[in-house]
Design a protein around this ligand. Structure first.
Ligand code: GLN
Length: 344
């Protein structure tokens, strides 16, 4: 169904973060609080990921003015993994437009694991949303470019602009995943059988595997998130990476699908769009305010960083980031009532 409101002006209502020193203090408290948690397990289905230090933990907030607040291991590099899906989606929407990507990939949650094949079969071969592997592979396939080498260079260049620095591939991760990604190759072939991808499935999976192997740190994630929080302008470099409309679309997709089958619980507890990756990264976006980047490799059963989620939940509450939270406009209401009583 076409929700025919495209001509209605998009208004924006947001406010700033608390002062910088408050953010620093709360960031440290969030870090200490989440750091006490040791549950969860480091991913090992991509063999090299099992080598990560389970205690590593970095937390970073970058606001829309480009001010960086960070604590812990914010400069440890890890592979971006599924978090790349959010930014590749943004790049593809920017090039092909809201409607085309909606038609091909969709935006609805599967309720199933990120690498589910059943979800594809249950939905007539539709990839469902760009944050699960099927939808991400279909999205990467849409990336403009004459060859897969062109597509890869557009992906790497685009993600680098989000991060504000040249991102490099982690070769060990790329090789480890390339040697074991039979399931993703099967997903791509299944999508091809349904006519959902038009390029060679093996080439598409290779670009997808490369994008997942890009090395980032928690600070990079916060900058990338801050770019989505700032109408598509990287607040450190000033580069307009994508449009404000593309950011809005991307954040809506993250809110409903960013943490896979636990996206509902995430939105309920944190109230912000976010995206996790199996190497332990987590990016969260407070529109108009800031990006939050976290790295802690122990994951819950759905594949989301445990400490990352707890620290972000803490910050969401403490910094007032939850997009569903509002306070009654007491002063306006009281003065209106007083005015009524006095008959004025
Ligand atoms: N590269 C990983 C995969 O395709 C990404 C998954 C993730 O981070 N959840 O399995």
């Amino acid at each position: 169904m076409d929700i025919d409101v495209h001509d209605v002006e998009q208004r924006v209502g947001t406010g700033p973060l608390p002062p910088g020193t408050t953010v620093d203090e709360l960031l440290q408290l969030a870090y200490e609080h989440a750091g006490r948690h040791r549950e969860g397990a480091v991913a090992d289905y991509i063999p090299i990921l099992a080598a990560a230090d389970p205690e590593a933990f970095g937390l970073c907030v970058v606001d829309v003015d480009g001010v960086v607040h960070e604590h812990g291991d914010t400069r440890i590099r890890f592979s971006i993994q599924s978090i790349s899906k959010a930014f590749v989606y943004a790049l593809v929407v920017e090039q092909l437009g809201h409607q085309r990507v909606l038609d091909v990939v969709g935006v609805n949650n599967t309720g199933l694991a990120f690498n589910s094949v059943v979800a594809i079969e249950l939905n007539d071969g539709h990839p469902m949303n760009p944050m699960v592997n099927a939808g991400a592979i279909a999205t990467t396939a849409l990336m403009p470019g004459r060859s897969s080498a062109d597509q890869w260079s557009a992906v790497r260049n685009g993600l680098s602009r989000f991060a504000g620095r040249d991102l490099e591939i982690d070769d060990e991760v790329y090789r480890s995943e390339s040697g074991t990604n039979h399931r993703n190759r099967a997903i791509a072939q299944l999508l091809e059988s349904y006519g959902r991808i038009e390029r060679d499935p093996a080439d598409v999976v290779d670009v997808y595997t490369r994008q997942c192997a890009l090395a980032v740190d928690a600070r990079d994630l916060a900058v990338m998130g801050a770019t989505l929080a700032d109408g598509g302008v990287n607040p450190i470099t000033g580069d307009q990476v994508v449009s404000a409309e593309t950011c809005r679309d991307t954040l809506a997709v993250l809110a409903s699908n960013g943490l896979y089958e636990s996206s509902g619980e995430w939105l309920f507890e944190i109230g912000l769009p976010g995206k996790s990756g199996v190497a332990g990264g987590l990016v969260t976006v407070a529109p108009g305010k800031a990006g939050v980047g976290a790295y802690a490799p122990r994951l819950d059963a759905a594949g989301n960083s445990v400490r990352g989620q707890i620290a972000t939940a803490y910050l969401s509450r403490a910094l007032g980031l939850n997009i569903f939270a509002s306070a009654a406009r007491q002063s306006t209401r009281i003065s209106a009532t007083t005015a009524e009583r006095s008959g004025s």
